[in-house]
Design a protein around this ligand. Structure first.
Ligand code: HEM
Length: 178
């Protein structure tokens, strides 16, 4: 029962986060209409907020898989992990990825005209990150159907991939080395 309460709490927290991202987007759309000249810093702020949410989810989801592997199939614990994984994916990771892409592409087009080696490399790495996202989404489905066969060690290693990509992406966009 404690597990279920926890899951509901997580769901509510995610709902609040989704609502706040939605409110932020509506506020930004209004700003775009009223004061288009100050839109650039706002778009960047929303981009960074979405990136933080996306990365938080991408780093936490494989960690949940590590614990889920140890829960017996059909147990209350295993079913609780399924709910947590589904809500994390649908409530945070998917919407955050969409907002990151929309505002990132807008910045890349409006401010940089899609020019710059750093930008091309960054977009390439974000495509890789999005592929990892797809892989994790597939894994959520497999876990939900009790079909995961990968050991905890596999998910520990997968956990490091978004971390490495994130480090390279942030260095590319902030340092702009080429
Ligand atoms: C989805 C594709 C993405 C595109 C097209 C994109 C593009 C951009 C562009 C053009 C900027 C503005 C840079 C500037 O004003 O100097 C920016 C800012 C930023 N992006 Fe992205 N981005 C994407 C995804 C990501 C991801 C996945 C991360 C992190 C993991 C990230 C982290 C950042 C950070 C930290 C900034 C602020 C940099 C600064 O102000 O110096 N972006 N992005």
């Amino acid at each position: 029962m404690a597990g279920m309460n926890n899951t509901n709490g997580t769901g509510q927290a995610m709902m609040r986060m989704v609502i706040s991202i939605g409110v932020l987007i509506v506020a930004t759309a209004l700003l775009f209409l009223v004061a288009p000249e100050s839109f650039y810093p706002w778009a960047k702020a929303i981009h960074i907020l979405a990136v933080i949410s996306w990365m938080a989810g991408m780093l936490y989801l494989p960690r949940l898989f590590v614990y889920h592997v140890d829960a017996e199939k059909g147990s209350v614990q295993s079913e609780t992990f399924k709910v947590m994984e589904r809500r994390l994916l649908r409530g945070i990771i998917n919407p955050a990825m969409i907002v990151t892409w929309v505002f990132g592409l807008w910045l890349a087009w409006k401010v940089f005209g899609f020019q710059g080696g750093w930008l091309h490399a960054k977009i390439g790495l974000v495509l890789l990150l999005s592929a990892v996202h797809g892989y994790l989404a597939g894994a959520v489905r497999k876990f939900a159907e009790d079909r995961n066969e990968k050991p905890a060690r596999h998910w520990r290693i997968v956990n490091e991939i978004p971390t490495l990509l994130m480090i390279a992406i942030v260095i590319l966009v902030v340092v702009k080395p080429f």
